[in-house]
Ligand binder design. Structure first.
Ligand SMILES: [Zn+2]
Length: 168
């Protein structure tokens, strides 16, 4: 990841969600109830702008433990927290090693928000999900007025419902 981000970001490992997000004081006496929901949770990596230290995105490595029901509920909650704070959360499935280009692909949207579509070596267009920065997959609408039409869908569906229409 250091090779990939260079000096475009500072990599902070294992940051507590309570250090990234704050609870709206407007919740009054429920403050501790909400604080408790984020107090013990961490993100694997937080990338920050090197000049302002403003958070750029969170990165979670999803291992096998993310497939059980409790972890699924946790993931949904955490994603909502990021969403509400308008901070990107990138999920990468955990494995023993990554190639540089895999990491670059996962992080593309972080440094260049305007560049959702880019070309890779074999000239295949890759469209990244605007929310998850995962390469999107082509799906076909099965019903509705767009039935039969192809579109890009997020691989995290149904957790992420981002779609991008294919203009033809
Ligand atoms: Zn998505």
């Amino acid at each position: 990841m250091r090779q990939c981000v260079g000096n475009k970001a500072v990599i902070c490992p294992k940051v507590g969600l309570k250090d990234i997000f704050f609870i709206d004081k407007g919740v009054g006496k429920d403050y501790m109830k909400y604080f408790g929901k984020i107090a013990q949770k961490h993100v694997d990596f937080l990338l920050c702008d090197p000049d302002s230290m403003e958070p750029l995105c969170g990165i979670e490595l999803d291992d096998i433990s993310h497939t059980n029901k409790k972890a699924y509920k946790r993931d949904i909650f955490v994603e909502k927290v990021y969403n509400d704070a308008n901070l990107e959360l990138i999920r990468i499935s955990s494995k023993s090693g990554y190639t540089l280009s895999e990491v670059e692909t996962a992080l593309t949207g972080v440094f260049d928000k305007s560049k959702k579509i880019f070309t890779i070596q074999n000239n295949t267009e890759i469209v990244l999900c605007p929310k998850c920065s995962m390469p999107m997959v082509i799906r076909k609408a099965s019903k509705g007025q767009n039935a039969g039409k192809e579109f890009y869908g997020c691989p995290n569906f149904p957790k992420c419902k981002e779609i991008i229409n294919i203009d033809c």
